[in-house]
Design a binder for this molecule. Sequence first.
Ligand code: AMP
Ligand code: TRP
Length: 370
Amino acid sequence: MNSNFEDPNKEKEERQTIIERPIAEQPLASFEQQESIQWKVEIFTGIRPTGDLTVANFVGAVAPILELQNNGKHPMVFVADLHAMTDKEPKIAMQFTNDVVADYIALGLNPEQTDIFVQSTIAQQVGQLTLYLMRHISIAELIRVPTLKDKLKDGQREENASALLATYPVMMAADILIQRAKEVPVGEDQVPHIEVTRLLAKRFNAQYGQTLYVPKVQQVETLRIRSLKGEGKMSKTNPNGAIFLTDSLDEVAKKIKKAETAFAGEMSPTLASHVTLAKNLTYKPEDKVLIDEIIEAHMQGQTVMGDFKKIFTEITLRFIENFQQRRAQVMSDPTYIPSILEYGAKKARENADETLGSVYEAMTSGAKEG
Ligand code: AMP
Ligand code: TRP
């Protein structure tokens, strides 16, 4: 648990002036997971409805989910379109959802093994639980969540950032708790949000009796891919250094041709990132062996960057071509994606209604104090 926002004494005085009943003084006893509450979803995670995915999004965000799926688990994945309203017009966020699902399926997400739904199809339920949970966290705690601090450091200001930015972790907690998720795999940057989720569930349970399943965070290693040109991370805001899944094969080859490498005998962060990218885009073990041999020769001072770019290009073109073919297939039947999402939404709605029912019941009849 992050002591940053669970230190009950440090800012107690400050909080007492903010809220009537100091939230951090609510009893935190009997916190270990309760046998009486059953989880419903073994692995649960959210994806952002980002349009125009790059190969870095694949490596950093999609591949870890595929790995869970391919380990024989039955994950539930949702498109966080309501969360996207934090910094996007709702119309834009919603417009991307089918595309994002098509992208993920073309990249290997298998709807037979993974339930997929769109957050806004259970907006009412998530909104309601968000409201109830909001009572169990103070304003002071919300503004101490490290991710918010980072966003405020990154240029957004308290004066003009929307309140959604501060309440984001509570809605994320509602997403998770409403499905009774057992484990939530996320990258390091999202861990504080899962801590908030656990804290809210524990506080709710302490107040109203064992109702919400307290999920576990499953931290996954997320690889960071740099811009091909070496300036910062690969991102759509810097299109020349990024390979988009929608780029033509010609464009991809040209971009790799212009990519920065390193002098013979030297390893640079950018070259290391190219190596990571190439190895993560190929499924062929022999490609990885060849890359290692080339890099070894490079480190011994040989001039082999041409050979590296050749295999890097080959791997990337094969990946992009495969993706584009599969995506066209996915989109060829206009009923395919809607039917997958409908199936996922049905499950998500069932879980949500059940959780909300017990939350309401607990709040109206099980309160330990008045
Ligand atoms: P974004 O495109 O910034 O909305 O990010 C969508 C997802 O892709 C997030 O999970 C990011 O962590 C991941 N991602 C974005 N850029 C990179 C990058 N350069 N390398 C690895 N993962 C990334
Ligand atoms: N905040 C997550 C991200 O930015 C997305 C997300 C929203 C999420 N709700 C979630 C992830 C619930 C896991 C569980 O990537």
